[in-house]
Design a protein around this ligand. Structure first.
Ligand code: SF4
Length: 249
């Protein structure tokens, strides 16, 4: 277990009663952060009670300077056990959709808004059923996402689902109304695009509906890739204009 951060209260360093949070993960961010240092520190995070539910912290992964970052809600059951994001059924659908949208998964940094799996027993056989993280848990975990974004500096961020979208675009943001649209002027990336979480596609009960939902998901990712390409060529042209030397008289 990682040591408690300097200045952390005894309560936050040792966890809290289930259902409550204490402070935020900001207290756990190491000085002069790098991705490996931050990943190691996050493994010992106790900034909210979710560490008592999840098997382990599931931190983001991907290239250090990925142009695209995909942000989900939280790890699922399989991710919780593997300690890696997007390796379960939603991850397989995401891989397929990225491929169909012409985005190479190996060039994408994938992460979640909340780094521990929140669940409750239920359903047949007492399975671990996903529970949506609440606002306090999202706030507690947000510093990990912010430091990942600051270190990777992606040009495009794709938010999967309402939790990720509202964490980065504000509580008023509605994925249903504004999915696939390019949001510019964000402090996090040149372009932020929100779409549905792949788990919502998998939950569509009938095969035809699922196929349609997957096509719409791929279409959003294609739009996101187009926005990123046009933003990138715009920045290139601004950069080259800025470096053009005035001709000598
Ligand atoms: S969910 Fe986030 S803030 Fe809460 S203990 Fe896990 S890593 Fe820390």
């Amino acid at each position: 277990m990682a040591p408690a951060p300097r200045g952390a209260s005894a309560t936050s360093a040792t966890g809290t009663r289930a259902g409550t949070t204490a402070g935020t993960a900001a207290e756990w961010i190491p000085p002069r952060p790098t991705l490996p240092k931050v990943r190691a520190a996050a493994a010992g995070c106790r900034a909210c009670h979710l560490w008592t539910l999840g098997t382990q912290t599931v931190f983001g992964e991907g290239p250090r300077r990925a142009a695209v970052m995909v942000v989900g809600e939280q790890p699922g059951d399989q991710e919780d056990q593997a300690g890696r994001p997007f390796v379960g059924p939603s991850g397989r659908l995401l891989d397929r959709a990225l491929d169909a949208a012409g985005i190479d998964r190996d060039t994408v940094y994938v992460t979640n808004t909340v780094k521990h799996f929140k669940w409750e027993r239920g359903g047949r056989g007492g399975r671990r059923i996903h529970k949506t993280p609440n606002a306090a848990e999202v706030t507690a975990c947000r510093p990990w996402l912010e430091v990942e974004i600051a270190l990777v500096r992606p040009r495009l961020i794709v938010c999967l689902g309402a939790t990720a979208a509202q964490a980065l675009l504000g509580k008023q943001f509605r994925v249903t109304a504004d999915r696939g649209k390019a949001i510019r002027g964000s402090p996090f990336a040149d372009v932020v695009v929100a779409t549905v979480h792949p788990s919502s596609v998998l939950r569509v009960p009938d095969a035809a509906g699922r196929e349609q939902a997957e096509r719409a998901f791929v279409a959003d990712l294609k739009r996101a890739a187009r926005h990123a390409r046009s933003e990138s060529s715009r920045s290139e042209s601004v950069r080259s204009r800025a470096t053009e030397r005035p001709s000598r008289p």
